[in-house]
Every structure is written in structure tokens, then in C-alpha cells.
Design a protein around this ligand. Structure first.
Ligand SMILES: NC(=O)c1ccc[n+]([C@@H]2O[C@H](COP(=O)([O-])OP(=O)(O)OC[C@H]3O[C@@H](n4cnc5c(N)ncnc54)[C@H](OP(=O)(O)O)[C@@H]3O)[C@@H](O)[C@H]2O)c1
Length: 304
């Protein structure tokens, strides 16, 4: 099925409700646009409403909502508005992210990459869980990266308070995305629910990511050249997400990435995570820490 799979092969999404985080730019915008084109109602969850409005003009019927993942109050408010307006959520795309900025602290006092990429999505998924479990075939797709391979979960210094290195912190957050995906699937299955938790990575795609985070001029200049020479388009980069979100027979816990050289470019296929991402003890520990830090507890009520 995966050979040269394109967005044209997305099954009909009519009647499905999707939330895409970080839909104002890059992969999130393409993901929102393609899901809407396939018939889904797409809620574009964006932190910057002005940017979001410009993006929403490119998404047929796209509904813009404010969501700042680095602010737990904003996550709670978003989930409450969603539940008030929608009977169920079929598809949650945990896409938004930041890469390798200098150390900053979120509104809740968390290191900004951990806050945005992992903790915000952990809280969001937990707060939307009842809406997801109300759907017949709910899916959550969480964006990771090949950078998960350089990541370690440093439980003794999760927030980089003692030592912060921007790329290591990015790798940690992207490994956390994968561990979250796997542990969510384990819990969803154990509770007898139909929820499927998937992960995807885009390889290397030219987006705003390479310019939003890194602070140094030389890093940005390097990225500008590298984006032109090596990166694939955001349209190609969004395919693994769209594949994980919509291809019918994929089992929960599947990780999807590009099929080309070193998974940097190409069409979607099922890929393997680094061995470290399979450490189930770390999944549990990360889950517990994430619950403590966000104050969000997952309540599964089995459907069958
Ligand atoms: N591009 C790649 O090569 C690549 C490779 C591996 C993984 N990824 C992953 O792909 C995902 C999407 O990245 P992209 O490449 O599309 O980058 P992008 O063009 O920079 O898009 C990132 C999106 O996340 C949003 N965002 C950032 N912080 C947020 C916050 N606190 N709350 C809500 N939204 C926030 C951004 O909003 P603003 O528009 O307001 O900034 C933007 O919409 C990320 O998770 C990234 O780690 C990308």
C-alpha cells in the first residue's frame, strides 16, 4: 500500500472531525489542507491568530481556534471549547513544535521545547480523551523526528536547569513524543478502547522550523542553504502524518516516515524507532512525570 503513496490516496474523510496543532505553518498547514480536501472538518489550533487567519484562508472550511501549547491554561480552555462545540473527535494531530531555541521557560515554568513539543501535547490529548473515545475509530498522530535518535530522557535534569544544550533538548522532546505515543497505545489497548496512537516523522522538510528556533546567525544561514539543497517540500514532509492518520489497516503504535535515504525524504512507509524508544520502564516514568507536571490524568472508560 505504501509504495509512492500520495495525498490523492487519502480515503474519504467526510463526517470526521480533526484537530491539527500548529496549523499556521509548514507541515501542520499542509496536513490541515489535505484533510479538509478529503472532506474532514478541520480545527486549526494555532497560537498566533493573525498567522492562523492567513493559513485558514488556504484550508477549505478550516476552523481557527487559539491554542498555545506552552501554556497549560490555554490547553485547558481549548479543550473545553472543543467539547462544548463538538460531540466527538476522530483525529488529533499533535504536530506543533519548536526546534533548538536558546533556553527559555514557558508560562508554567517548563523548558520551552519540553513544554511545547511534549508536555503541551500530553495535556491536550488527556483533556481531549473523552471526545476521542466518543468517536468510533479515534486516532492520535504525534510528530516525532529522526532527532529522537540523539535524544535521551534525562530524568535528573528534564528541564535542562543544570545543563542545557538546544539540540539535545530537541532530541529529548522528540524521543518523549515517541514514548508518549507508545505508552498511550498500551493504555488505550489495556482499557479495551478502539483508540489508535500513531507516530510520524517527515524526514527533512523545508519549513519555518529551521528559522523559528535557532538563535545564531550562522545556524540560520546554514539552514537556509541546507533547506535549498537537501530538504524536501512541506507537501512531501506531511505525507507520513497523513498516512498515519488515514490509512485504514495500520495497527496502533505504528511509526511512519519517508522511504528514502536515511528516512530524510520520500514517500511514507512504516519505519522503526531507535531501540531506546522501546524502553517501557521509561515510558511509564515519563508518563508519571508528565501527569505530575501538567496535572492532567488520563481517564479511559472502555467502550467494550
Ligand atoms: N521540518 C522538518 O524537517 C521536521 C523534521 C522532523 C520533525 N519535524 C516536526 O514537525 C512538526 C511541525 O514542524 P514544521 O516543520 O512544520 O515547523 P513550522 O513550520 O515551524 O511549524 C511549527 C508549528 O508549530 C507552531 N507552534 C510552535 N510553538 C507553539 C506553541 N507554543 N503553541 C502552539 N503552536 C506552536 C507554530 O506556530 P507559529 O506559526 O505561531 O510559529 C507552527 O504552526 C514539529 O513537531 C517538528 O518537530 C519537522
Amino acid at each position: 500500500m505504501s509504495e509512492h503513496w500520495t495525498a490523492q490516496q487519502i480515503p474519504d474523510q467526510t463526517g470526521r472531525v480533526a484537530v491539527v496543532t500548529g496549523a499556521s505553518s509548514g507541515l501542520g498547514l499542509v496536513t490541515a489542507r489535505e484533510l479538509a480536501r478529503a472532506g474532514a472538518t478541520v480545527i486549526m489550533a494555532c497560537r498566533n491568530l493573525e498567522k492562523g487567519e492567513r493559513a485558514a484562508r488556504q484550508v477549505a472550511g478550516g476552523v481557527l481556534e487559539r491554542l498555545d501549547l506552552a501554556e497549560l491554561d490555554s490547553v485547558r480552555a481549548f479543550a473545553e471549547r472543543f467539547a462544548a462545540n463538538h460531540a466527538r473527535l476522530d483525529l488529533l494531530i499533535n504536530n506543533a513544535g519548536v526546534m533548538a531555541p536558546p533556553r527559555r521557560v514557558s508560562a508554567d515554568g517548563f523548558e520551552s521545547q519540553l513544554a511545547t513539543n511534549h508536555l503541551g501535547h500530553f495535556a491536550l490529548t488527556g483533556r481531549l480523551l473523552a471526545s476521542l473515545l466518543a468517536a468510533p475509530e479515534p486516532r492520535v498522530v504525534t510528530l516525532s523526528s529522526t532527532a529522537h535518535r540523539i535524544g535521551r530522557i534525562d530524568f535528573d535534569d528534564l528541564q535542562g536547569e543544570r545543563r542545557y544544550q538546544p539540540w539535545r533538548a530537541y532530541g529529548q522532546s522528540k524521543l518523549a513524543n515517541l514514548m508518549f505515543c507508545f505508552e498511550l497505545q498500551r493504555r488505550a489497548s489495556a482499557a479495551g478502547t478502539a483508540l489508535r496512537s500513531m507516530a510520524a516523522h517527515p524526514g527533512y522538510a523545508a519549513t519555518n522550523l529551521q528559522f523559528a528556533g535557532p538563535a545564531h546567525f550562522y545556524e540560520r544561514a546554514f539552514m537556509a542553504v541546507s533547506n535549498r539543497v537537501f530538504a524536501q517540500s512541506a507537501e512531501m514532509g506531511a505525507l507520513p502524518t497523513l498516512y498515519a492518520a488515514t490509512v485504514r489497516d495500520l495497527p496502533g503504535g505504528t511509526f511512519v516516515g519517508p522511504d528514502g535515504f536515511r528516512e530524510q525524504r520520500g514517500h511514507p512507509r512504516v519505519v522503526a524507532a531507535a531501540a531506546r524508544a522501546g524502553d517501557e520502564g521509561a515510558w511509564l516514568r515519563l508518563w508519571d512525570v508528565s501527569e505530575t507536571l501538567t496535572g492532567v490524568r488520563y481517564e479511559f472508560s472502555p467502550r467494550s
